[in-house]
Design a protein around this ligand. Structure first.
Ligand code: HEM
Length: 460
């Protein structure tokens, strides 16, 4: 057969399949075999050909990165569906939400699926970060991928927040009013920035258009761009290998082929996760309050749940510290965590060592008890602006409590590194646990324990 004849031989499908395989001849002779070869090729772009055997064992934290990916895919599909029936202007937006329930087939279900996947993504991304942190998978050579991950976490929150406004109900309107008001505390350009994002002096029709554009185009594009890089790096850097405490890094582990061992497990996991989400979306409706009323602010007006930690901080610190300096310092420290240490020692080992696990628990207890006591003390006993009347509030309620907080953290670090004999990776982990627990406690207090006028109150 001449070259020309050979190139033209076979059905259309064979040629199509070969073109996906960069023109290389497909080995299997039947269409099913060729399809499999194409799929395998696709899988091997995302995965290495072989993985360590311990990596495929199901554990409580298995597949969280993949789950985040699955949620993103569900969000895109359901988001596009919702787009067909949603008009981003205050006249129609709320009514469109009501119509989803009565006039659109599976409309409410699509909204529920979108809403719950969006919230689950914030939680799952955070859990994925915790898995990476506590198994030391952030160390060399994955430092930069950790930074990409931190950017993804921020973008996932921004995507969620920009979607929050779209139903145009009371919850949406006031949560966004509170959320954007935090921006006003950015030094020098705060007012201009808030005005730019709102499209005017307060939340209105222009804000809805801006948020719609951000939610539909800009933020998803940024997520897709950074995520592609993140996945590429995860593939190139090699997945970290789960190891038991005490197991040496040099110990060889058995490797097995990704196809079918890992892929089949991922498939089962994705099916199970989708099933759980679907049942959840059938049983529980996404919240919808009364239509937005700019003249009637609820008491208390609360931000979206993932910003409640910052809103709670605002009750204790000067706004520049609570809304800008502390979140900025926290995020920068988080991004730079992997650069504190160069060794890969303990990679893949939960909490690095037995001592590391004890120190992480210490961080958890200290963060929980310390933050709860400080919130109660500040609510009932401490009033720095009154107790230090000669100082401007940015010092009495800003620099002074900020310096105390930093001094407290520094003392904790010295305790870890000195008397408690923690290695840097163990100390970093314990410190991270303390700060994260503090933030989670602030969030829980803000969401459940703040009543009228944002006073401390029981939720029941
Ligand atoms: C939209 C959010 C995210 C998605 C979809 C995502 C997806 C993934 C996937 C699929 C993997 C490979 C499998 C795995 O280890 O689970 C991975 C690995 C990794 N991710 Fe993410 N990720 C996200 C956010 C983050 C965040 C917030 C961080 C940390 C700040 C992070 C840091 C890492 C690191 C260091 C690895 C390599 C882990 C290892 O080798 O064990 N990622 N990510």
């Amino acid at each position: 057969m001449s070259d020309n004849q050979e190139a033209n031989s076979g059905g259309l499908f064979k040629r199509f399949a070969e073109s996906m395989n960069r023109g290389a001849p497909m080995n299997p002779s039947d269409d099913r075999g060729r399809m499999k070869q194409v799929m395998d090729n696709l899988v091997l772009h995302l995965h290495p050909a072989k993985v360590a055997k311990p990596s495929i064992k199901f554990t409580y934290t298995w597949g969280l990165g993949g789950l985040a990916l699955l949620l993103l895919v569900i969000l895109v599909i359901t988001g596009v569906m919702l787009m067909f029936v949603y008009t981003p202007d205050p006249e129609h937006a709320y009514q469109d939400m009501l119509n989803l329930k009565t006039d659109v087939w599976f409309g409410q279900f699509m909204r529920n699926l979108h809403h719950w996947s969006g919230n689950a993504l914030v939680v799952v991304t955070l859990l994925h970060l915790l898995r990476v942190m506590y198994t030391g998978a952030l160390s060399r050579p994955r430092e930069f991928n950790w930074i990409l991950g931190v950017s993804l976490l921020v973008l996932v929150v921004v995507a969620n927040f920009t979607g929050y406004l779209l139903p145009w109900d009371q919850l949406a309107y006031w949560a966004v009013t509170v959320g954007v008001s935090l921006l006003q505390y950015v030094p020098l350009v705060g007012d201009e920035l808030a005005y730019f994002i709102l499209g005017g002096p307060e939340v209105g029709a222009a804000t809805l258009t801006n948020f719609y554009g951000l939610h539909l185009a800009i933020v998803p594009l940024l997520i897709m761009g950074i995520l592609s890089f993140h996945l590429f790096r995860a593939r190139k850097d090699g997945f970290s290998i789960p190891r038991k405490i005490g197991e040496a890094q040099s110990e060889r582990v058995e490797r097995i082929t990704t196809i079918p061992h890992l892929v089949s497990r991922e498939f089962i996991f994705a099916l199970a996760a989708t099933a759980v989400l679907v049942v959840w979306a059938i049983l529980i409706d996404a919240p919808l309050e009364e239509a937005a009323d700019p003249n009637h602010s609820p008491n208390p007006a609360k931000a979206a749940w993932y910003f409640m930690g910052i809103q709670e901080l605002l009750l204790h610190f000067h706004p520049i510290f609570a809304a800008i300096i502390m979140p900025a310092v926290g995020l920068t420290m988080l991004a730079l965590l992997p650069y504190m240490e160069h060794t890969k020692d303990g990679e893949g080992v939960w909490f690095h060592s037995k001592h590391g696990r004890r120190l992480a628990v210490l961080g958890l207890i200290t963060g929980f008890v310390g933050t709860t006591l400080l919130v109660i003390a500040d609510e009932y006993y401490i009033n720095l602006p009154e107790q230090l009347p000669s100082l401007p509030t940015i010092i009495s309620n800003g620099w002074v409590p900020f310096a105390w907080t930093m001094a407290g953290l520094w003392l904790y670090w010295e305790l870890l590194r000195g008397p408690l004999k923690a290695a840097i990776s163990e100390a970093r982990q314990s410190m991270f646990t303390l700060i994260l627990t503090g933030f989670v406690v602030l969030t829980i207090i803000g969401v459940f324990f703040r009543g009228e006028g944002m006073a401390l109150d029981w939720p029941w």
